[in-house]
Design a protein around this ligand. Structure first.
Ligand code: PLP
Length: 442
């Protein structure tokens, strides 16, 4: 399959090129040149398949030309070693829990898939002994997912750059305690400084001649496309439970609500719909960063500096995957509005929602999922079935959650294991020369 750039100024790329580059040379995002519709028989029998089996069928549609079947099956089965259950929360509102992976957040899926796919490409090289180095800047969540996704993967070393003292202890423990092929670099600066160091490294000719560098941020096709898998799983579970109805055209009454920041997750859902998944419509739930919400109202897109909120993984003022949504809908505002509605919640509403939902149902929402739940609460019609993506385990935000709902929520064993680990990190000043010198010695 060929991948084109949303900027249309760069040559088409192979899957391997798209994965190794992340961003296209013209700074556009890669898009697969076509999206296959899955056959009716697939949807008829989807509720009899395991999550891994159905995901493999989805993966073949995108990667089947570029990865041999046995290897692709292995990559998919290894990525989905955990389930994404649908849990009923409240009436016709359900949560698709995406937090049963290694770092308890949905980014685990894409990170693991990308690690395995990159490893597959590296192994194909005759000169297989050249190590690939992944550089990733993080404000918390991405670093932990990437570090754990790549942990122990032969031939790849990961450097996670994070701002010293600006990441919660729980988050920090998830990428500083691993060791092996993961190095955590604590930078005396803020997140933007980490990102600048990484960008400068990619542009430094001497450094790139010395070592093979690649990125693992969320715009990478290998991280983003696999997120389509769990939308099929949500549908399969609701179908199996007999909760869905279908109209004469085969359209279901399933409404999917996605707490969104960079809009990678929801874009993967839109891809699933293009593949034939019968979603009635999508809701993009935002925190106070309401750029996309305003776009839906006005047709105008105005990027803004991001605002800090309780749901901080969604603090994005210029969502990178907006370019993919435009490409998917041929720049038609009307077409986008016909498939997606919006919602935006300031912090006091997020707090209120978490508290009210806990009191009424006992379900503990994390601040991101809370935006999703509230949007369904407000927008779902009586004859519809809603599912919101619960993007992270509430214990990842324990201090905030405990304070808001007035409880002492349990920390899953997996998270406790990280917190018991020993921190290993390299401390560096916010200075590219020092960072480069450090990498040149590796
Ligand atoms: C990354 C993240 C999001 C936002 O996902 P996008 O794909 O950037 O829209 C939402 N919730 C959590 C917990 C996240 O980590």
């Amino acid at each position: 399959m060929k991948y084109y750039s949303t900027q249309h100024q760069a040559a088409d790329a192979t899957l391997r090129e798209a994965v190794e580059r992340g961003l296209a040379p013209d700074r556009g995002l890669y898009m697969p040149e076509n999206i296959q519709k899955l056959p009716a028989a697939f949807f008829d029998h989807i509720d009899e398949m395991s999550f891994q089996e159905m995901a493999f069928e989805v993966a073949k549609a995108f990667f089947g030309e570029d990865v041999d079947e046995a290897s692709l099956r292995h990559i998919v089965y290894d990525t989905l070693a955990f389930d994404t259950p649908v849990v009923n929360v409240d009436g016709n509102i359900n949560a698709l829990e995406l937090f049963h992976g290694p770092t308890l957040a949905f980014k685990d899926v894409g990170a693991r898939f990308m690690a395995r796919l990159l490893q597959y490409f590296i192994k194909q090289d005759a000169l297989a002994n050249e190590q690939v180095n992944v550089l990733v800047a993080t404000s918390g969540d991405t670093g932990s997912a990437v570090a754990n996704g790549f942990l122990g993967v032969d031939g790849i070393h990961v450097y996670v750059l994070y701002p010293k003292g600006k990441v919660s202890k729980i988050q920090e423990s998830q990428f500083t305690t691993l060791g092996r092929n993961i190095t955590a670099i604590e930078v005396d600066g803020v997140f933007d400084d980490c990102q600048t160091l990484v960008k400068n490294a990619f542009m430094d000719a001497e450094l790139n001649a010395h070592m093979k560098l690649t990125s693992a941020n969320s715009i990478n096709v290998a991280r983003f496309l696999p997120q389509a898998f769990y939308y099929f799983n949500a549908f399969a579970q609701l179908k199996k439970a007999g909760k869905l109805t279908f109209d004469a055209d085969g359209k279901s009454n399933m409404v999917v609500c996605v707490p969104s920041g960079n809009f990678g997750n929801i874009t993967a859902g839109l891809f699933a719909m293009r593949m034939g998944l019968p979603v009635k419509h999508f809701i993009a739930a935002n925190n106070a960063n309401d750029i996309f919400y305003n776009y839906l109202q006005t047709g105008e897109y105005h990027p803004m500096p991001s605002k800090q909120t309780l749901a901080n993984a969604m603090d994005v003022g210029d969502p990178s995957n907006f370019a993919r949504i435009l490409a998917l809908y041929d720049n038609s505002w009307e077409a986008i509005k016909a498939n997606i509605s919006g919602a935006t919640y300031p912090d006091p509403s997020i707090r209120q929602t978490m508290k009210a939902c806990h009191e009424a149902t006992g379900y503990v929402l994390d601040p991101h999922g809370a935006c999703g739940y509230q949007a369904l609460k407000e927008q779902l019609a009586q004859d519809e079935v809603g599912v919101f993506l619960e993007t992270a385990h509430p214990a990842k935000f324990k201090e905030k959650v405990d304070d808001i709902i007035g409880a002492d929520i349990d920390i899953p064993e997996r998270l406790q294991d990280f917190m018991r680990g020993t921190k290993q990190s390299v401390e560096l000043p916010n200075d590219f020369g020092t960072f480069k010198h450090y990498l040149m010695k590796q």
